[in-house]
Design a protein around this ligand. Structure first.
Ligand SMILES: [Zn+2]
Length: 104
Protein backbone atom coordinates (compact mmCIF):
# COMPACT_ATOMS: atom_id res chain seq x y z
CA UNK A 1 0.00 0.00 0.00
CA UNK A 2 1.42 3.37 -1.00
CA UNK A 3 0.33 5.82 1.67
CA UNK A 4 2.27 8.80 0.41
CA UNK A 5 5.83 10.00 0.84
CA UNK A 6 8.15 7.80 2.85
CA UNK A 7 8.40 8.66 6.48
CA UNK A 8 11.52 10.35 7.77
CA UNK A 9 12.90 7.25 9.45
CA UNK A 10 12.53 5.30 6.21
CA UNK A 11 14.34 7.99 4.22
CA UNK A 12 17.14 8.07 6.81
CA UNK A 13 17.48 4.33 6.61
CA UNK A 14 17.81 4.50 2.83
CA UNK A 15 20.48 7.19 3.20
CA UNK A 16 22.28 5.06 5.78
CA UNK A 17 22.39 2.16 3.35
CA UNK A 18 24.40 4.38 1.01
CA UNK A 19 26.54 5.68 3.86
CA UNK A 20 27.37 2.14 4.91
CA UNK A 21 28.33 1.14 1.38
CA UNK A 22 30.58 4.18 1.06
CA UNK A 23 31.85 3.87 4.63
CA UNK A 24 31.83 7.57 5.31
CA UNK A 25 34.40 7.77 8.12
CA UNK A 26 33.32 8.98 11.54
CA UNK A 27 35.34 10.79 14.18
CA UNK A 28 36.07 7.71 16.24
CA UNK A 29 38.24 4.80 15.28
CA UNK A 30 36.45 2.32 13.05
CA UNK A 31 33.13 4.15 13.24
CA UNK A 32 30.86 5.43 10.49
CA UNK A 33 28.58 8.48 10.70
CA UNK A 34 25.02 7.28 10.22
CA UNK A 35 21.98 9.53 10.16
CA UNK A 36 19.64 9.45 13.12
CA UNK A 37 16.68 7.32 12.02
CA UNK A 38 14.08 9.05 14.19
CA UNK A 39 10.62 10.21 13.09
CA UNK A 40 11.39 13.95 13.13
CA UNK A 41 11.75 15.35 9.59
CA UNK A 42 13.88 18.24 10.84
CA UNK A 43 16.41 15.99 12.58
CA UNK A 44 19.90 16.30 11.08
CA UNK A 45 21.81 14.52 13.81
CA UNK A 46 24.36 11.82 13.26
CA UNK A 47 25.13 8.67 15.18
CA UNK A 48 28.57 7.13 15.26
CA UNK A 49 28.69 3.38 15.20
CA UNK A 50 30.72 0.74 13.48
CA UNK A 51 29.51 -0.85 10.27
CA UNK A 52 29.24 -4.14 12.17
CA UNK A 53 26.99 -2.57 14.80
CA UNK A 54 24.79 -1.04 12.10
CA UNK A 55 24.60 -4.38 10.30
CA UNK A 56 23.34 -5.96 13.50
CA UNK A 57 20.53 -3.39 13.76
CA UNK A 58 19.59 -3.95 10.13
CA UNK A 59 19.11 -7.70 10.64
CA UNK A 60 15.54 -6.86 11.65
CA UNK A 61 13.47 -4.61 9.35
CA UNK A 62 11.64 -3.17 12.37
CA UNK A 63 14.81 -1.93 14.08
CA UNK A 64 16.15 1.61 13.76
CA UNK A 65 18.98 3.59 15.39
CA UNK A 66 18.14 6.94 16.98
CA UNK A 67 19.78 9.49 19.24
CA UNK A 68 18.84 9.23 22.92
CA UNK A 69 15.62 11.23 23.39
CA UNK A 70 14.59 10.86 19.72
CA UNK A 71 12.55 7.72 20.32
CA UNK A 72 8.78 7.91 19.65
CA UNK A 73 7.17 5.84 22.44
CA UNK A 74 3.75 5.84 20.76
CA UNK A 75 4.99 3.77 17.80
CA UNK A 76 8.19 2.10 19.00
CA UNK A 77 10.02 0.89 22.09
CA UNK A 78 13.69 0.93 23.04
CA UNK A 79 15.24 -2.53 22.93
CA UNK A 80 18.85 -1.50 23.57
CA UNK A 81 20.60 1.53 25.08
CA UNK A 82 24.15 2.06 23.86
CA UNK A 83 26.62 4.91 24.40
CA UNK A 84 25.38 7.70 22.12
CA UNK A 85 22.43 5.92 20.57
CA UNK A 86 19.38 3.73 21.09
CA UNK A 87 18.05 0.81 19.10
CA UNK A 88 14.27 0.98 18.78
CA UNK A 89 11.75 -1.54 17.49
CA UNK A 90 8.63 -0.34 15.66
CA UNK A 91 5.27 -1.64 16.82
CA UNK A 92 1.93 -2.31 15.14
CA UNK A 93 1.32 -0.60 11.80
CA UNK A 94 4.63 1.26 12.11
CA UNK A 95 6.39 -2.11 12.20
CA UNK A 96 4.47 -3.26 9.11
CA UNK A 97 5.41 -0.06 7.24
CA UNK A 98 9.03 -0.40 8.30
CA UNK A 99 9.25 -3.95 7.03
CA UNK A 100 7.44 -3.13 3.81
CA UNK A 101 9.92 -0.32 3.08
CA UNK A 102 13.01 -2.27 4.12
CA UNK A 103 15.49 -1.77 1.27
CA UNK A 104 17.06 -5.18 1.92
ZN1 LIG B 1 16.75 12.21 15.43
Amino acid sequence: VDDGPAKNEELSRAVNEAIERGLWPGEGEGTVRFRCECTQPECNEFIELTADEYERVRQDGRHFVVRPGHEAPEIEHVIERRPGYLIVQKEGSAADAAEASDPR
